[in-house]
Ligand binder design. Structure first.
Ligand SMILES: [Zn+2]
Length: 425
């Protein structure tokens, strides 16, 4: 072996950035996994570093019978990097003869830990297209990576269930509305602390069962929509906690009513053969439902067109009533109280049947709504956080397992310590 080869090996060992791993060879060559050549790095665990891949304990080597495997690493310039290693087996008294752990990757993963860390970090700040395009990974594969990284990050953090004082629960549909995900947030620390497939009393009960009696006892406020299953769970598991409606759900009652108005007008226009109105109503769904500051240019144009052609029409007036409600919820309690009275008057005299109906519900729930405002569960910050959760759930369409969806929610909204890989010295 000449001097240059030794130099490049020690340099590549440093570049690999994995404790307990040694580079044996690095070259640009064809890969069995892809059409173009790759930078192939032949690597092995440092001697005496064999561990069982099941239990992680240090074990004696058994043989070289595990075969040769490949892992994708972080790109080196424009070159894809693949690590190649023989997989020795260990003789583990507890797990039997199993393949050894490698220090650069999780068991079962085809990616290095640093690649996964980079991918996960990117998933917290960028959308699906950017992550897949920049890293050249399928979005489904990124979902598997999210799961592994979230599990690692979670295991290194103190329990998110300690010191809870106020929590919120919400169920959101995913996969186009057929399946539900229950998400529990910590209002104080603005993070998701738990999520589970399904919804209802039994599912929310699983959350409380994961808590110790002390952890349950510290909870003082539980927010959510008006569902009975939330009431009965709170009654069963933390009877001292106060039940509060969250602002987001009050707005969603209004959004439902607004969408009913739009559908009725759409049907009527179709019945009357008014082609222009049919088109306007069909295209208006998101323009009227979304917050004005989140509209695309096109949706903004649609909304302006409705306001200009028919400012006294039922759809535009319903939209104004929605915005009024949404905004008053964020005002200081004294101001909001007067505005809510005014709102109920306006809505109940609107002569729009769906809105009149809603005004009765709002009048009935007025004390609850004022409590929400007074305790600060309708502010813009909570709304923004809730939107982030919803956006994340939508991002995870296409993942093949709900656990990957939950992992993405934890990565982006769970307050986990996610950072880019750092050089190890
Ligand atoms: Zn073992």
């Amino acid at each position: 072996m000449n001097h240059e080869e030794r130099l490049s090996k020690s340099l590549f060992t440093r570049l690999l950035n994995v404790k307990g791993a040694v580079v044996e060879d690095a070259r640009i060559t064809d890969s069995p996994l892809r059409p173009e050549p790759v930078l192939e790095i032949r690597v092995r665990p440092r001697r005496g570093m064999l561990r069982c891949s099941r239990c992680g304990r240090r074990r004696h080597g058994y043989d070289q019978g595990g075969g040769v495997r490949r892992w994708r690493g972080q790109d080196f310039g424009c070159w894809r990097v693949e690590l190649v290693a023989a997989m020795p087996r260990v003789d583990c008294p507890e797990c039997g003869v199993v393949v050894a752990q490698v220090p650069w990757a999780e068991p079962g993963s085809r990616f290095t830990r640093d690649f996964e860390a980079e991918c996960a970090w990117l998933m917290t700040v960028a959308n699906q297209k950017t992550v897949s395009g920049f890293l050249h990974v399928a979005w489904r594969t990124a979902g598997d990576i999210a799961r592994r990284v979230a599990e690692r990050a979670k295991s290194m953090m103190p329990s998110p269930f300690d010191g809870l004082t106020s929590i919120g629960v919400d169920e959101t549909s995913y996969r186009k509305g057929h399946t539900y995900l229950t998400v529990v947030v910590d209002h104080e620390r603005h993070r998701v602390i738990w999520a589970h497939d399904g919804y209802g009393r039994d599912v929310f009960g699983l959350f409380f069962q994961a808590l110790t009696p002390e952890q349950r006892a510290s909870i003082r406020v539980v927010t959510g929509d008006g569902a009975r299953w939330i009431d009965s769970c709170v009654h069963e598991w933390c009877p001292n906690a106060e039940r509060v409606l969250d602002g987001f759900h009050i707005v969603s009652w209004m959004s439902d009513a607004l969408d009913k108005v739009r559908k009725r007008l759409w049907n009527r226009a179709g019945h009357d053969g008014d082609e222009k109105a049919v088109k306007r109503m069909r295209g208006a769904k998101y323009a009227v439902l979304k917050n004005p500051d989140q509209l695309t240019d096109r949706q903004r144009g649609t909304l302006d067109a409705i306001g200009n052609t028919d400012p006294k029409g039922q759809l535009y007036r319903s939209w104004q009533i929605k915005e009024l409600l949404r905004n008053l919820l964020k005002h200081p309690p004294e101001q909001a109280e007067g505005e809510l009275r005014h709102w109920i008057f306006w809505a109940s005299h609107s002569r729009i049947p769906e809105i009149v109906e809603l005004s009765k519900k709002i009048r009935r729930r007025r004390p609850d709504i004022l409590k929400t405002i007074r305790l600060g569960y309708s502010n813009a910050r909570l709304e923004a956080f809730n939107n982030r959760i919803k956006v994340t759930i939508r991002m995870a369409y296409g993942f093949h397992h709900v656990n990957n969806l939950i992992a993405l929610v934890m990565l982006r909204c769970g307050g986990l310590d996610i950072h880019l890989p750092q050089p190890r010295t």
